[in-house]
Design a binder for this molecule. Sequence first.
Ligand SMILES: *[C@@H]1O[C@H](CO)[C@@H](O)[C@H](O)[C@H]1NC(C)=O
Length: 451
Amino acid sequence: MKSWAPIHVNIGFVVGVLFVLLTYLVVSQRAATSGGLSVVASDVQQIENKQLIQGSGESEKGRVVYDTKGNYAPTCEVDGDVRINSTALSVFLVPASRSERREWTIQPYSRKNMPDIKTVTVTQLPDKAAAPPCTVTYSIPAVLFALGGLTGNFWHDFSDVLVPLFIACRRYDGEVQFLISNMKPWWPVAYKTILRRLSRYDAVDLDGDGDAHVRCFPHVTVGIHQHNGLSIVPEWVPGGRRLDMTDFTRFMREVYALPRGAPVSLNREEPGKRPRLLLVHRGHSRRFLNEDEVLRAAEAAGFEAVALDLRRDETVDANARAVNSFDALLGVHGAGLTNAVFLPPGGVLIQVVPYGKMDVIATLEFGLPAKEMGLRYLDYIVAAEESSLMETLGPEHPAIKDPDSIHSSGWDKMTEFYLNMQSVRIDVARFAPTLKLAFDQLRQQQRQGGV
Ligand SMILES: *[C@@H]1O[C@H](CO)[C@@H](O)[C@H](O)[C@H]1NC(C)=O
């Protein structure tokens, strides 16, 4: 299973770039229409374009709800006598009596317009006669979703699949069958500890299911609904259970048996104990060029500071446990900050925002989610003098002099300069107040928000 790792790094890099494109488009579109970031929690459109198809008879069960709320991919809830032909990726609702034939198409990945995701057809059949006979019949519901897309980037693994799956499945308490298309065999291995809690049963790989099977369920969710990155809109959670991101991080602590549900107490209880700060070490771009100096500055501010390379091994388990032993996570903007989901609530996330007006994206992807998770959030915006771009491009380059011109020339220039080419040499004197603030926030922390 080790063999995927090197390939994975490259794919991760490529999709990281794509991810920025998508986020960039979303952010600029939103900035254009709403003039700010308040869109995230308060301004999410409450549109419900539901097409509700119901049978005519009293006793008749069976309906399809096509759900397009929010800005991400639509999903379909199919309830009744549901039959799935895996080869054809066809989901049929078999009516009890004659009904109108209706058809919907769904790409079962939570982001729209992913070129590699296979399309699923959901058909409400006109009558029983047209239904394929069942070869396997289940008494539990199923959730059909795709891997592929931008999975392989740690942030996308959570925002595009794991958080949407949690939203879709928490109501079932493990009694649900996963049906996966666009299978990436390493993915369920990497996240097996989480997946096992969401579903007690081995997932069906739809790509390898063959012609032989028509699998039948009382209810199937086709596609999984992303609310907004690492974010949950409680009112949108199916099954009448209002979940939010603190429920998701509590679930992470349950799943990985993470012991810490609160940061270290710096009051009477544990005298002499220092809070622990984890600096996320990155491999290629957006590195700390003076990592040791930053660690010493964190120590000077009162932390016990450690740098770790959190790029995932075969599974996520060891990283989850390591991160939970810290009280603060410090890193330059990037997928590694997703590890904040394993921090104890009340802990601190410090995001170093690269030079080049990257604060809107940084806030959207990590700042607001951190608050939703019950973490304290601080950002530190890198000055031109702290950016490696100053050395490589010189002070006269538009990327230094005029970041707006880079942003308006499009996502590819923006990612090239500010994400892929850039590393940072932090001015520790300028950074010291941020570290002090992080330390003070932990000190003010009451012992609350336990597991
Ligand atoms: C599933 O669909 C394929 C393609 O339409 C078809 O060839 C196959 O016979 C179907 N399988 C069953 C068991 O009905």
